[in-house]
Design a protein around this ligand. Structure first.
Ligand SMILES: NC(=O)c1ccc[n+]([C@@H]2O[C@H](COP(=O)([O-])OP(=O)(O)OC[C@H]3O[C@@H](n4cnc5c(N)ncnc54)[C@H](OP(=O)(O)O)[C@@H]3O)[C@@H](O)[C@H]2O)c1
Length: 268
C-alpha cells in the first residue's frame, strides 16, 4: 500500500467547526453627551457594544458617534429631553429596536444647579426633580419592562453619595439622589427574582462639566476612571450598591452614623 492510499484509507476525522458569530451586545446610556455618561459610551463602544446615546445636545452626540466610528462597537445617537416624559416610551422602543439585544441600561442624566446657603428656590428644586428623579423613573420603567420580558439585563442608576444624608448644600439634589436610590432598591427587589440585576452607583467627586466650577472637590477622580469602575461593576453583577471609588463606602458609613444633633452643627 502506498503512502497515498494509507492516507485515503484513514478514518475521516470530523472536526466540528462552530459558527463564530460575534455575540451582539447592546447598551443604552441616558445623559450621554458629557461627563460620566459620555465616558461610559466611549468605553462601551471600545468593548464592542452598540450604544444608544441619549441627551439633549444632539451635536455632542453626533461628535461622539464620529469619534467612535473606528471602534468595534457603534454609537446610536438620540436627542431627547428627559423632562418630556411622555415621549420616553416611543423613544425607548425605537432606540431598543435600533440598538438590538439591549443587555445594559444606564441612567446618568443629572443636574446640580448652584444653590446659595440662604436660597429656597422652588423652580430650581423642581428642575432637579424632573431630571434626577422623574426622568430617571420614566426611562428606567421602560428598561425594567424590557428586561422583565427578556428575564435578563442589568439596569444601572447613577445616584450619588450626596443622597446618603441631607446635607446643607443643595437640599433638592440630596433628596433626588436619595429618592432615586430608594426607587432603584424597589426595582431590584422586584426584578432580581427574574434574573435582572439592578445596580445603584454612588460616586463621590468626579471631574466633569457638572463640577468644573467648584473650588474644592475632595478625593475627586476622572470621568474615565469612574466610567471604567461603573462598567466593571455592571458586568460583574455582584454589587447592589457601588460607591465610586470604593473608599467612599467607608466615608459614607461614618457620615451615616453621625447622629442628627451633631450632624446639624457640621459644615459638610
Ligand atoms: N460629577 C460628580 O462629581 C458627580 C458625583 C456624584 C454623582 N454624579 C452624578 O453623575 C451623573 C452624571 O453627571 P456628570 O458629572 O457626568 O455631569 P454632566 O457632565 O453635567 O452630565 C450630565 C448629563 O445629563 C444630561 N442631561 C441633563 N439634563 C438633561 C435633560 N433634561 N434631558 C436629557 N439629558 C439631560 C446632559 O446632557 P444635555 O445637557 O446634552 O442634555 C449630560 O449628558 C449625574 O446624575 C450626577 O448627578 C456626579
Amino acid at each position: 500500500m502506498t503512502d497515498a492510499q494509507d492516507w485515503q484509507d484513514a478514518p475521516v476525522r470530523r472536526v466540528a467547526v462552530k459558527a463564530t458569530q460575534p455575540k451582539r451586545r447592546g447598551a443604552i446610556v441616558i445623559g450621554a453627551s458629557t461627563g460620566i455618561g459620555a465616558e461610559l459610551v466611549r468605553q462601551l463602544a471600545r468593548q464592542g457594544y452598540t450604544v444608544g446615546a441619549v441627551a439633549r445636545r444632539e451635536e455632542l452626540l453626533l461628535a461622539l458617534q464620529e469619534e467612535m466610528k473606528l471602534e468595534p462597537g457603534r454609537v446610536v445617537p438620540l436627542a431627547q429631553d428627559v423632562t418630556d416624559t411622555e415621549s420616553i416610551p416611543a423613544a425607548f422602543e425605537s432606540l431598543a429596536r435600533e440598538v438590538e439585544s439591549v443587555e445594559l441600561f444606564i441612567y446618568s442624566a443629572g443636574i446640580m444647579p448652584d444653590v446659595g446657603p440662604q436660597e429656597y428656590d422652588t423652580a430650581k428644586d423642581l428642575a432637579q426633580i424632573e431630571v434626577n428623579l422623574a426622568g430617571a423613573m420614566a426611562w428606567c420603567n421602560q428598561a425594567a419592562r424590557l428586561f422583565l420580558s427578556q428575564r435578563s439585563g442589568t439596569l444601572v442608576g447613577i445616584g450619588s453619595i450626596a443622597g446618603d444624608r441631607g446635607r446643607k448644600g443643595n437640599p433638592a439634589y440630596h433628596a433626588t439622589k436619595a429618592g432615586f436610590a430608594t426607587y432603584l432598591e424597589s426595582l431590584r427587589n422586584r426584578l432580581s427574582e427574574v434574573g435582572v440585576h439592578v445596580l445603584t452607583i454612588k460616586p463621590g467627586g468626579v471631574h466633569t462639566p457638572m463640577t468644573a466650577h467648584l473650588d474644592k472637590l475632595p478625593m475627586a477622580i476622572s470621568a474615565d476612571r469612574a466610567a471604567a469602575t461603573i462598567i466593571g461593576a455592571a458586568q460583574r453583577r455582584f454589587w447592589n450598591t457601588r460607591y465610586v471609588p470604593l473608599r467612599w463606602w467607608a466615608v459614607a458609613l461614618v457620615i451615616k452614623s453621625i447622629p442628627s444633633f451633631l450632624f446639624k452643627r457640621m459644615t459638610i
